[in-house]
Design a protein around this ligand. Structure first.
Ligand code: NAP
Length: 361
C-alpha cells in the first residue's frame, strides 16, 4: 500500500470521530484532508470545535487543529470533492443518516460507516475484515444500483458483536454451531461518554442498552451470510440470544459466551487450536492497521481482563480465555475487544485499507 489517499471524517467532533482523527494522524497512506460535523461546529477550526470535549488520551493531532470544520449536510459537495474516502461517525436520525451516506456515495466517494443505518441494505457489505472480507464483492452490484463509477458504502458491524463473533466464526467453519448465548459487559465509551461525563455509571451497572440486544442477535447472521444474486443473503443459523449490560469501564466490551454444537462436540484442544492457528485471509495484504495476530487465547484463569487486555495490538486484537465445558451448553468462554478501536474507528480504517488493497478504492 504505497498509494496516497485523501481522507475525510464526518461526525469528526464526536467520540468515534475523534478516534478517527487520532488514527489518521499517524497513518502512512491516508491523509486527513477534510472534517465535518453538525451546523453547531461548522465554520470553527477543529481545535475550537472540540474545545473542552476532547475525549481521547493525548492531545489533538497537530494536522487536524487548524482544519476548518464543514457542515456534513449543507457542505456535502465540498466535503465529497475533498476526499477519496469518507469515514462516517455522525449521530443523527437513522433515516437522515441513511439518506446522507447514500448522497456521499453518489458523489463518488467511498463511504465507510460506523452507523447502523445501512447495515441491513442487502447490497452493502458489513465487514469484519478478518472474517467476511469476501463480502466486499457485493459492491459491484451496489454501484450499479446507485449509478456510480467509484462511489459506494461499506459498513462496520455493531461494536458488541466484535468481541464474540471473531471467536465463534473460525470455530464454526470446522464445527457447525447450533446455538449461542452471549452476555456482554460494555464500556461507557460505547455510549459516546467517559467515566467523567457519565457519573451515573460510576459504582453502578445498567442492565439496558437500547437496541443493542437486537443488533447483537441479528448482525452476526449477516456476517455469516453469502453473496447470492448481487445481494448478501443472511444466514439462518446459528440461533443467538444476547443480554447487553453497561458496566463502569472506560473502554472495552467483554462477552461471556455459551455455545452448543450441532454435531459431536469438538475437544477443548481443538477449539483452542482453531483460535491459535486461525488462518487470516487478509494477512497477505499487510494492512497498516491490522493486528499481526488477530486472536489470542489466554491460559490464565483471570484473563482476559478489560483494563489489561483491551489495548492488545493497538486495540485491534480479540482476546479469549476461560474456555471450559458447561453443564447446559457444550462450552463456555470469555472474550474481549476494544469497542472504539477494533469495534469502531480502528476496524473501519482497516476495512478502508482492505478496500484499497483490493482495488475498490
Ligand atoms: N461509541 C462507540 O463505541 C461506537 C461504536 C460503534 C459505532 N458507533 C456509532 O458511531 C457514530 C458516532 O458515535 P459517537 O459515540 O462518536 O457519537 P457522538 O460523540 O455523539 O458524536 C456525534 C457526531 O455527529 C455529529 N452530528 C450530530 N448531529 C449532526 C447533524 N445534524 N449533521 C451533521 N453531523 C451531526 C456531531 O457533531 P457536533 O459535534 O457538531 O454536534 C458529532 O461529530 C454513531 O452512529 C454510533 O452509533 C459508536
Amino acid at each position: 500500500m504505497n498509494k496516497q489517499y485523501r481522507v475525510g471524517v464526518i461526525g469528526a467532533t464526536g467520540m468515534v470521530g475523534q478516534r478517527f482523527i487520532t488514527l489518521l494522524a499517524s497513518h502512512p497512506t491516508f491523509n486527513l484532508s477534510v472534517v465535518a460535523a453538525s451546523e453547531r461546529s461548522a465554520g470553527k477550526t477543529y481545535e475550537d470545535a472540540v474545545q473542552g470535549r476532547w475525549l481521547i488520551p493525548g492531545t489533538i493531532p497537530e494536522q487536524a487543529k487548524s482544519l476548518r470544520v464543514y457542515d456534513a449536510v449543507a457542505d456535502l459537495n465540498q466535503v465529497a470533492e475533498s476526499a477519496d474516502i469518507i469515514f462516517s461517525a455522525v449521530e443523527m436520525q437513522k433515516d437522515e443518516i441513511f439518506a446522507l451516506e447514500e448522497q456521499y456515495a453518489k458523489a463518488e466517494v467511498a463511504l465507510i460507516s460506523n452507523n447502523s443505518a445501512h447495515r441491513w441494505t442487502p447490497d452493502i457489505p458489513m465487514v469484519i475484515p478478518e472474517l467476511n472480507c469476501g463480502h466486499i464483492a457485493v459492491i459491484e452490484s451496489q454501484r450499479k444500483r446507485l449509478g456510480t463509477k467509484r462511489g459506494f458504502i461499506a459498513v462496520k458491524s455493531n461494536c458488541s458483536i466484535q468481541s464474540y463473533v471473531p471467536a465463534l466464526y473460525p470455530i464454526s467453519e470446522q464445527y457447525p454451531i447450533e446455538s449461542i448465548l452471549a452476555c456482554t459487559y460494555q464500556s461507557i465509551s460505547g455510549a459516546g461518554k467517559t467515566l467523567e461525563t457519565a457519573p451515573e455509571i460510576v459504582d453502578n451497572i445498567i442492565p439496558y442498552i437500547g437496541g443493542e440486544e437486537e443488533k447483537s442477535e441479528r448482525e452476526p447472521l449477516k456476517i455469516w451470510g453469502q453473496i447470492e444474486g448481487g445481494v448478501i443473503v443472511t444466514a439462518t443459523e446459528p440461533s443467538i440470544t444476547a443480554q447487553c449490560i453497561r458496566v463502569p469501564v472506560s473502554n472495552g466490551h467483554l462477552a461471556a459466551v455459551f455455545v452448543r454444537f450441532k454435531n459431536a462436540k469438538p475437544t477443548k484442544e481443538q477449539l483452542i487450536d482453531s483460535w491459535e492457528n486461525f488462518v487470516n485471509p487478509i494477512s497477505k495484504h499487510n494492512l497498516p492497521s491490522a493486528p499481526k495476530k488477530f486472536l489470542y487465547y489466554f491460559t490464565e484463569d483471570n484473563r482476559p481482563q478489560t483494563k489489561l487486555d483491551r489495548d492488545l495490538e493497538n486495540g485491534m486484537a480479540v482476546s479469549i480465555g476461560r474456555l471450559r465445558e458447561d453443564t447446559q451448553y457444550d462450552y463456555k468462554f470469555v472474550c474481549l475487544s476494544h469497542n472504539t478501536l477494533r469495534g469502531a474507528a480502528g476496524g473501519a480504517v482497516e476495512l478502508a485499507e482492505l478496500l484499497c488493497a483490493e482495488n475498490y478504492i
